[in-house]
Design a binder for this molecule. Structure first.
Ligand code: HEC
Ligand code: HEC
Ligand code: HEC
Length: 479
């Protein structure tokens, strides 16, 4: 979610998008004709806190903002929480997040309960303009009116920060917001969450959190070229930025079906368990969101995930013997010391690679990301020590990395398609670009993927901003 890459429109995409543009413009006109309020920038800001807001409601809103992980996207490193400006990647390019503090001119100070609910529910801002789905309104549309009002009450209780953000950084034609009316016709399944009476209260609570505020599908469901979710493939794993968010259905090989309930709970609370560890995007989800949920809510999330239909077992190509032999040699020299010879790892420190769901995904991006860029546990209150894996980009070439990735994906009960040298070369290029100094981060900030500076050089602990790990600012307080 932090990468600055611009997707170039391919001709087919352009033809499609032009079609959508027309549909978009037409539906926008229809909306206007239907008398959508258009708002005026000169209106005075509403009183703070909003009429009727009480402390209990504000506290509830604070909790819901954590469940929705709002702070992760809406805060730049070291900036005031919720003051906006963080780049979020979309298939069309990058959109910067909005200032959610109650500043009247640059923040959400002029929103009222109705316009705020419409933003979450329909992706339309206070002035009637379309928002981009980089803001996960296709999931927040499930949020109830009561919860929406509480979220706004909380945001309005924050100190206002005057921070103007030039959010729309997209190129023509994607920079035309009206296009999103067409996108919404295709992909927005609008509507507040509806209870399923046949299911338990816990299941319904889990469904509400996972499908709504938690927006788990935003990463864990594959998307088509226009960023629309592949609904038939829900929760079966999707590419997000330079990661692959794995299958989280109860499939026993590629999903979390073999984990057991306690392991799922431990992962959501602490970001690690005996099977895996959360890095990158998921580490943020855990540290800003799931680790801050109540026990009852984490249980509800686990209950809902366990009820999903397991993904089907796919067919897998068998790797060549020579590649496996080369991979084994690289493994013995570079990896076995930490992950152990039998790949069972060291509990909660070095994750096991044996029988690992994360390793057996159809898309090897996450495995390659670990090997190329290294990784560091994000500390949570439940697991404050940050173990690190060094980057190997400087040491191993593309063929060696393809071989060792193929080897770990096909040993100790793992089975997954071989990794090609091209796949490694491609991700290496993208990671190097994402650490480009041209990215609009404050220039003194080391970007997330400095391939020459693995995270182990720095330290961090619970209560610090985990996004600073691997930068000279590691250890600054968490928002
Ligand atoms: C995945 C990243 C992401 C997350 C998570 C996220 N947002 Fe946003 N949000 C954005 C982006 C990007 C924009 C700007 C969209 C645009 O300009 O079209 C935005 C815009 C908004 C706006 C419109 C503001 C305006 O000025 O009109 C509101 C309101 C908002 N977000 C509320 C929230 C709330 C509440 C949460 C948590 C429940 C949240 N967002 C979580 C990325 C995110
Ligand atoms: C911003 C993208 C993003 C969002 C949102 C997200 N995830 Fe993830 N998730 C990932 C990525 C990427 C990984 C792999 C991380 C790694 O290997 O360290 C992951 C890993 C996981 C895993 C571990 C799977 C394994 O086999 O190791 C679980 C469980 C999980 N996520 C559950 C959830 C749930 C539940 C939600 C919603 C509350 C959620 N995720 C929301 C990106 C995301
Ligand atoms: C210095 C110890 C160390 C070495 C050497 C090391 N790793 Fe790791 N590895 C780790 C740690 C610690 C993590 C967990 C990081 C996290 O959760 O953010 C990890 C995580 C991983 C993961 C993700 C597992 C999951 O699902 O959470 C993979 C894949 C991986 N390593 C592969 C390798 C390979 C292949 C090599 C050799 C090229 C290697 N590692 C060398 C320490 C090491």
């Amino acid at each position: 979610m932090t990468r600055m890459t611009t997707t170039r429109a391919r001709p087919r995409q352009l033809a499609l998008i032009t079609g959508i543009a027309l549909a978009g413009a037409a539906s926008l006109l229809a909306l206007r004709a239907a008398g959508q309020p258009s708002g005026s920038a000169n209106q005075p800001p509403l009183a703070v806190p909003a009429a009727g807001a009480n402390l209990q409601q504000i506290e509830r809103g604070r909790y819901l903002a954590a469940a929705g992980d709002c702070v992760a996207c809406h805060t730049l490193p070291r900036a005031t929480p919720f003051s906006g400006g963080r780049p979020v990647e979309t298939p069309f390019g990058v959109v910067l997040s909005a200032n959610l503090t109650p500043d009247a001119d640059t923040g959400i100070g002029r929103y009222d309960n109705d316009t705020f609910y419409r933003a979450l529910h329909e992706g339309i801002d206070r002035n009637g303009h379309h928002l981009y789905p980089a803001f996960p309104y296709p999931y927040y549309t499930r949020v109830t009116r009561e919860d929406s009002d509480s979220l706004l009450a909380y945001l309005r209780s924050l100190p206002p920060v005057n921070h103007a953000v030039d959010r729309n950084q997209l190129h023509f034609p994607f920079n035309i917001r009206a296009l999103m009316a067409g996108w919404n016709l295709l992909y927005l399944d609008k509507g507040t969450f509806e209870q399923d009476k046949a299911q338990s209260a816990e299941w319904n609570r889990g469904a509400y959190l996972v499908e709504g505020l938690g927006h788990c599908q935003a990463c864990h469901t594959p998307r088509n070229r226009l960023g629309g979710p592949e609904k038939d493939e829900a929760f079966r794993g999707g590419r997000f930025a330079d990661w692959f968010a794995p299958d989280i259905t109860p499939n026993r090989r590629t999903g979390i079906g073999a984990w057991g309930r306690e392991a799922v709970l431990e992962f959501l609370r602490s970001g690690r368990n005996v099977h895996s560890g959360a890095s990158g995007e998921m580490a943020e989800v855990v540290s800003f969101s799931t680790s801050r949920m109540t026990d009852a809510d984490i249980h509800a999330v686990a209950t809902y995930l366990a009820s999903l239909r397991p993904s089907p077992m796919g067919t897998i190509a068998i790797p060549a013997n020579a590649k496996m032999a080369q991979g084994e040699a690289v493994w013995t020299d570079n990896c076995a010391a930490c992950h152990r010879e039998d790949a069972k790892g060291v509990q909660r420190a070095f994750p096991p690679l044996a029988s690992s769901a994360n390793l057996q995904q159809r898309d090897p991006t996450t495995v390659l990301h670990y090997i190329l860029a290294g990784a560091q546990h994000r500390p949570t209150d439940a697991a404050p020590t940050a173990f690190a894996m060094p980057a190997f980009a400087w040491k191993l070439d593309d063929a060696e990395i393809a071989a060792v990735a193929t080897f770990v994906r096909n040993s100790w009960d793992n089975q997954a398609s071989p990794v090609t040298t091209d796949q490694v070369a491609d991700l290496r290029k993208r990671l190097a670009k994402s650490s480009d100094a041209a990215a609009p981060w404050p220039p003194e900030v080391k970007p997330a993927h400095d391939l020459t500076r693995p995270g182990s050089a720095t330290w961090s602990k619970a209560g610090t901003d985990s996004r600073d790990n691997g930068t000279p600012h590691a250890g600054s307080p968490a928002p």
